[in-house]
Design a protein around this ligand. Structure first.
Ligand SMILES: Cc1ncc(COP(=O)(O)O)c(C=O)c1O
Length: 446
């Protein structure tokens, strides 16, 4: 499809029904209470905190910002639209072009994206989805919520991503979807999964929460499956003011994205004496009810600005991952993660570090404790989902499931952690590398 045609589809998908009342003498006050300088100053102080020891300079700088805002309001008028407006449209067009997809929908978060994708896929109670155990609970929330069954397939020991061979083993007549997760931004081996999906008429929803801007065999990660959802939550590579997500697809379901995002509202249809109708979404197996996952112009504007730095952000992360690999390759008992090659480009969201407990003189729990004692933060990584009380409450047998995923179990208990890559300073990354080497040395010596 030509780029301009793609853009049009995305533009249309973003259309919202309200608020443009035109040049009336008394326009309908479509946006609530306007923002004034006091409100904006609250935002500024929320987003920009004082540095230690700089309270006086901080207060002085705030005074200058307040004066500038007061001056600005002499010449400015408040926004007329704060949600699902031109910035959201622009963001969606930009993302659709970057990712080379027909449909892109900016949502409250990636979790909403998975939910919508699986609604379109017609997932119902008793259906099975196959997911990796090492991910965030969001990947499987919707299947759990509606009483679908989550079947856990084991992971590849090197990447900790879904192992296609185990997915093949765990297929049953009830399997409806595969949910691969690009953990830490490293692309899942998608081709064998897509072959399975084709052979068994399954829907593939990529959890690309960590993977905005990565590549798998010439395509952007998140766009290889039937649907993909990215996260712009504040701990991700890009951050739309704390929360945000993007759902993409090339399937015709994408034509319903605008309705899917906002309660099924359809302003192209009108009830008699009323300005819109509310419709069901046409899912694979019949009508489904949309939710409300609307996003704001402020979030979109922030993300658009950050997108201009995406290449540089990923490059910095890649450089650091390469540096850490160089630092760790010769350390007995440390296993470094695969880096980019001709086929895959990671977003380097997290650095996956593993130990070989047989050579390291201890396991990852011991290494993490030693690192924490040295001041290297112990970031919470992903526990196998079947361990959570939620799953127990839903009658999942954690011990039995652990036996079906031996690689994930061993990795979680004894082998892996994630290290941060950004936005640390270079000297912090160097310090982290030195402290990891030191801790390994001490562990080997006992
Ligand atoms: C692997 C994974 N999937 C999904 C999500 C959910 O993303 P969001 O918070 O945008 O819903 C996260 C967020 O941390 C994640 O790490």
């Amino acid at each position: 499809m030509a780029t301009d045609e793609r853009e049009r589809t995305v533009e249309e998908a973003a259309v919202d029904f309200r608020y443009d009342t035109g040049d009336a003498a008394v326009p309908w006050a479509a946006v609530g209470e306007h923002l004034n300088t006091t409100d904006l100053m609250k935002l500024v102080t929320l987003l920009a905190k004082p540095k230690a020891g700089r309270a006086t300079q901080y207060r002085a700088a705030l005074g200058r910002v307040e004066a500038a805002l007061n001056d600005l309001w002499l010449h400015a008028q408040p926004a007329t639209k704060l949600r699902l407006g031109d910035k959201v449209k622009e963001l969606e067009s930009r993302c659709a072009r970057l990712l080379n997809v027909k449909h892109a929908c900016f949502l409250t978060n990636a979790t909403a994206g998975f939910e919508l994708a699986l609604k379109f896929a017609g997932l119902g109670p008793g259906d099975e989805v196959i997911a990796p155990p090492l991910t965030f609970i969001a990947t499987i929330l919707y299947p759990l919520e509606i009483g679908a069954k989550v079947v856990f397939a084991d992971v590849d020991p090197r990447t900790l991503n879904l192992d296609p061979a185990d997915v093949a083993r765990k297929l049953t007549a009830r399997t409806r979807a595969i949910l691969p997760v690009h953990l830490g931004g490293y692309p899942v081996d998608m081709d064998p999964l897509m072959d399975l999906a084709k052979a068994h008429d399954l829907v593939v929803v990529e959890d690309a929460a960590h993977a905005f801007g990565g590549m798998y065999r010439g395509r952007m990660t998140g766009t290889v499956g039937h649907f993909g959802a990215y996260s712009f939550h504040e701990v991700k590579n890009l951050n739309s003011l704390g929360e945000g997500g993007l759902l993409v697809t090339d399937t015709p379901f994408g034509e319903q994205f605008a309705k899917a995002r906002f309660v099924g509202l359809d302003s192209s249809r009108q009830l008699p004496n009323w300005v819109y109708d509310v419709v069901a979404l046409a899912g694979k197996n019949g009508p489904v009810v949309a939710g409300n996952h609307s996003t704001t112009e402020v979030q979109a504007a922030c993300l658009l600005a950050q997108m201009t730095r995406l290449k540089q952000i990923i490059q910095t992360r890649r450089r650091r991952a390469e540096y850490l690999n160089e630092q760790f390759e010769s350390v007995a008992g440390l296993l470094t993660p695969p880096l980019d090659d001709d086929h895959v480009k990671s977003t380097h969201h997290l650095y996956l570090l593993q130990v070989d407990p047989n050579k390291a003189g201890g396991d990852i729990q011991e290494l993490k404790a030693r690192l924490a004692a040295k001041g290297v933060v112990n970031i919470p990584h992903f526990a196998p989902l079947y361990k959570f009380a939620l799953l127990r409450s839903l009658n999942y047998d954690g011990d039995a499931l652990a036996r079906t995923c031996p690689v994930a179990e061993e990795a979680f208990n004894r082998r892996f952690t994630h290290l941060p890559l950004y936005p640390l300073e270079d000297n912090q990354v160097e310090l982290m590398a030195r402290l990891v080497r030191e801790a390994m040395d001490q562990m080997r010596r006992g």
